[in-house]
Structure formats: structure tokens, C-alpha cells
Write a protein that binds this ligand. Structure first.
Ligand SMILES: [Zn+2]
Ligand SMILES: [Zn+2]
Ligand SMILES: [Zn+2]
Length: 310
């Protein structure tokens, strides 16, 4: 294996990370590594206790002699062309850290580290230091770009690293530090990042939602639109058009109970907003919930909803 300079390497890994997102049809966060692994008939995810059961040894033995104090290990069975992704999910490993480790190991496989170098596993003691360090750097960079693409974060207007790691599910100090380290050096904008941004358009879409701020994933990123000013007098009955608020002229849906722009009750029997939010999702410019009249928060669709709810 030759050692291209670090920015060539970064660019190559970056390209692979975006190709990976595309090939696995990923367009929502956080990334689910189990779904990805299941797409490959020759990839298997195993936890330490499962391997211990399989080869009839203790978990301690697997940790000491197979994992060798690593969080994860990918193993390649050359003859069968099969990969095992072994993960240490001990109680002291947070979900954020385990998520990072899974993508790091997937990175080793996807970047061809095992196959190209004719390796059955990647263990520091068994490899030249330079090769080991390079593969670790690449796997970390891959994990960072797949789990929390900087270009995706830019299209979400998120620059705060804490918010990034919360949204992407890697909010563990160790994973967070590896994320920062893996992504600190690159400042290029390759074309495939634009394609990734387009694929995540539903996730990134701005909407307003009727919910409590405390229940939001990243409450600091939610804002409120100012209410629209009301006319001095409501429009006369004969001038009113259906779907238009007589108090401010804002458009609302036919079944609306309240005007989404000025918040006025549109039905005579419904005067006050409800005390609990109803979960309704509306246009990005609304200030009030059409259904229950409460003030709504402007945020991104992906911050409040699962992909299956869209
Ligand atoms: Zn590694
Ligand atoms: Zn109105
Ligand atoms: Zn509501």
C-alpha cells in the first residue's frame, strides 16, 4: 500500500463516505448501522458475549485475546468472503460511543482495508505503525463524515459541535473528540456533498410544529415566527374569501380552528388556545397552530419526526 499525502487520503475517504450514504439510500439522521449491516449478506454484527458463546470461551477471553482492549474489531474470512463486526457494548460504553465504533468498523470494511491489505483483522501489534495509523485515521474520518457530514450540518445552519453530536447520536465525549479530530482538517466542498444535501432535503425541510420546546431534540435550534399584525377592523363579511383569515389576510386550511398567522379563533365556538400542544405540523412561516391555537416552533422536519412519520 502506498501512502498518498494526507489531503489526498482525506479526499478519497470523503468520496467513499458520500458514495456509502448514496448506495445505502441514507437520508435521515441519526444513521442506523444495523439497517446498513443487514443490507450486506456477508456482513455480520456480533457483540462480545455472542462471540464468546459461539467459540465457547468467556467474555473476558474475547476482550483480552480477540478485541485486545479495542472498542470494536472487524474480521475478514477471506475464503468465505465474509466480514464479522465485533463490538464491545459493555456498560461503560455509551450508545454514542458504540454508534461511532460501529461506523468506524464498517469504514475499515467499506474502504477495503482488510481486503486490499490481505488482512483478517486490524490489530495494532500485528501491523506496521504507519499503516495502522493511516487505517485508523481513515476509518475515523469515514465514521465522522457518514454520521455527521459537515456539509449536511452546514445546510442545516448548525455550526455548534455539541448540537451536531446530539443530532447525529454521537454525544459521547470519546466519540465527540474523535469526530472533531477526524473532521478538523478538511475544508474542501466536493460535488458529492451537494448530492448528499439534496438527498436529505426532507430531513432538512423547515416546518413549524405544535409541541413543547422542552420535548425537542435541540431546543436551542427552534425559533418562533412573529405573529402577523391584525387589521384595524376585520374584513366585512361580503369581502371575505374562503381560506383567508378576516383579521390579518393570512391563508389557512379549510378546517382550521385558528389563523396560523395572527392566532385568532376562526370558529365562534372556539375562543381559547388549548393548554397542551397537539403535535400538528405546518408551513415554515406559521406562528400559531391551526388546530389548537398554541404558538408553534420553527425547526427542521428531521429534528422532530422519524422518517416513517413523514
Ligand atoms: Zn480501527
Ligand atoms: Zn389571521
Ligand atoms: Zn396544536
Amino acid at each position: 500500500m502506498h501512502f498518498p499525502n494526507s489531503s489526498d487520503r482525506a479526499l478519497r475517504v470523503f468520496g467513499y463516505a458520500h458514495q456509502f450514504l448514496r448506495e445505502h439510500n441514507i437520508h435521515w439522521l441519526p444513521i442506523n448501522p444495523e439497517d446498513i449491516i443487514n443490507m450486506h449478506s456477508n456482513w455480520t454484527l456480533k457483540y462480545v458475549h455472542q462471540l464468546a458463546d459461539e467459540i465457547k470461551v468467556t467474555e473476558r477471553h474475547v476482550l483480552d485475546h480477540v478485541m485486545r482492549s479495542q472498542d470494536g474489531l472487524s474480521m475478514y474470512d477471506v475464503k468465505a468472503d465474509k466480514y464479522d463486526i465485533l463490538i464491545n457494548a459493555a456498560d461503560d460504553k455509551s450508545p454514542g460511543r458504540i454508534l461511532w465504533t460501529k461506523l468506524h468498523e464498517i469504514g475499515h470494511i467499506y474502504l477495503g482495508h482488510l481486503q486490499d491489505n490481505h488482512l483478517t483483522q486490524i490489530v495494532e501489534d500485528e501491523l506496521p505503525q504507519e499503516l495502522y495509523d493511516q487505517m485508523e485515521f481513515e476509518a475515523d474520518m469515514f465514521a465522522g463524515e457518514v454520521l455527521a457530514s459537515k456539509w449536511l450540518m452546514r445546510s442545516l445552519d448548525i455550526y455548534d459541535e455539541k448540537a451536531i453530536t446530539t443530532i447525529c447520536g454521537i454525544s459521547d465525549t470519546a466519540a465527540h473528540n474523535r469526530y472533531i479530530k477526524a473532521t478538523e482538517d478538511y475544508d474542501f466542498v466536493p460535488a458529492n456533498a451537494i448530492l448528499t444535501q439534496a438527498r436529505f432535503s426532507e430531513y432538512c425541510k423547515e416546518i413549524t410544529v405544535c409541541m413543547n420546546k422542552d420535548d425537542m431534540l435541540v431546543a436551542e435550534l427552534a425559533v418562533q415566527n412573529p405573529p402577523r399584525a391584525k387589521y384595524v377592523k376585520p374584513k366585512a363579511k361580503f369581502l371575505r374569501r374562503s381560506g383567508e383569515c378576516p383579521y390579518c389576510g393570512g391563508r389557512h386550511s379549510i378546517g382550521a380552528n385558528f389563523c396560523p398567522y395572527c392566532g385568532t379563533a376562526l370558529k365562534s365556538y372556539q375562543k381559547d388556545a388549548k393548554s397542551e400542544p397537539c403535535g400538528n405540523r405546518q408551513d415554515a412561516n406559521a406562528a400559531f397552530c391551526e388546530q389548537c391555537g398554541r404558538p408553534v416552533f420553527r425547526t427542521r422536519q428531521g429534528f422532530c419526526f422519524e422518517e416513517c412519520e413523514i
